[in-house]
Design a protein around this ligand. Sequence first.
Ligand SMILES: O=C(O)c1ccc[n+]([C@@H]2O[C@H](COP(=O)([O-])O)[C@@H](O)[C@H]2O)c1
Ligand SMILES: Cc1cc2nc[nH]c2cc1C
Length: 356
Amino acid sequence: MTAWWTHAIQQPNAEQREQASAHQNQLTKPPGSLGQLEDIAIQLAANQNTLNPKVDNVAIRVFAGDHGVVAEGVSAFPQAVTVEMIKNFCAGGAAISVLAKEQGADFKVVNVGAASPVQDHPKLINQPVAAGTKNFCQQAAMSQAQFEAAFELGKSIADQAHQEGMDLFIGGEMGIGNTTAASAIAASLIDLESGMEQQIQDLVGRGTGVDDEGLKLKQQAVLNALTLHKHAKGDAIETLKTMGGFEIVALAGAYLRCGQLGVTVLVDGFICSVAALAALSINEALRPWLIFAHQSQESGHCKVLQALDAKPLLSLGMRLGEASGAAMALPVLKLACSLHNSMATFASAGVSNSGE
Ligand SMILES: O=C(O)c1ccc[n+]([C@@H]2O[C@H](COP(=O)([O-])O)[C@@H](O)[C@H]2O)c1
Ligand SMILES: Cc1cc2nc[nH]c2cc1C
């Protein structure tokens, strides 16, 4: 039996895309004047194979995991925050809890590998692969079996949400130290023209807000990891296994599965974009199923978005993670659908079209 992630991802319906594009040009506006809102509606129409795209049934899943690399002093916050925030997500006090509730989205937290046990809760899918990853400056972050378990968990989360009828998937992440992991993964998978040192400077940012000393420690940690795991260069699965976090692996698995299921994904910030980069490196046919929600303030995000040829919808100076940027972009998607589905056409409104 072949591994599930090697199964094909179908391309969206090209004819439906043509029809949606033609329909946009009939609406009472100069062609192209709704900018990216037109692109989004056309993409959703093609992906959903319908004249009337919608995002009514949104699944938001925040994947949480801990990182052994925190021993290198790479975060402004202690590791305990990961578990504390899992509880806060469940209790309804986190930014994403509020944004999901306000918008009627189905929200759940997935413990893929917090460093200490978390009590069960109706909003929590509690299936830790291990008590955090190993410090990837010294050894591989996880074993092959752990990688497969985290990847499989991401897949099963997407399968479950699909069975529940989702029309859009939003993944989020929580993990103290995970911007260091994401920067290392990005550096291993992106071939920038510049040398390794410049690349590290470009891809390592301040995360939760480290000072200059913390930034140096992060850059050094990424350099050490890339040197130790240089065999993984350009290989997404080896890279995820050696430098990943359980939540990043699960996200990549969920994204790939969404592509296989024909479900559109709204990608959140820096860490989620790196998970998308890894997923695309495993199967580039995933690309049309992805929409990029926002440009995070994390300094490496613009390089990652460039590598993905992505035009994010929002730029609000956010750098929170936990799916919050994607949740903020959700109204944009909903309204893009409303415009596509409900605006009058030149013919129906009796408005003169250009040159007709
Ligand atoms: O999504 C982003 O762009 C983003 C940028 C900076 C930080 N974060 C969040 O901050 C945490 C990681 O930061 P750090 O400094 O501990 O590596 C993790 O829980 C992320 O959700 C998220
Ligand atoms: C408080 C806090 C909340 C977060 N949410 C996502 N990452 C986070 C990191 C911290 C530190």
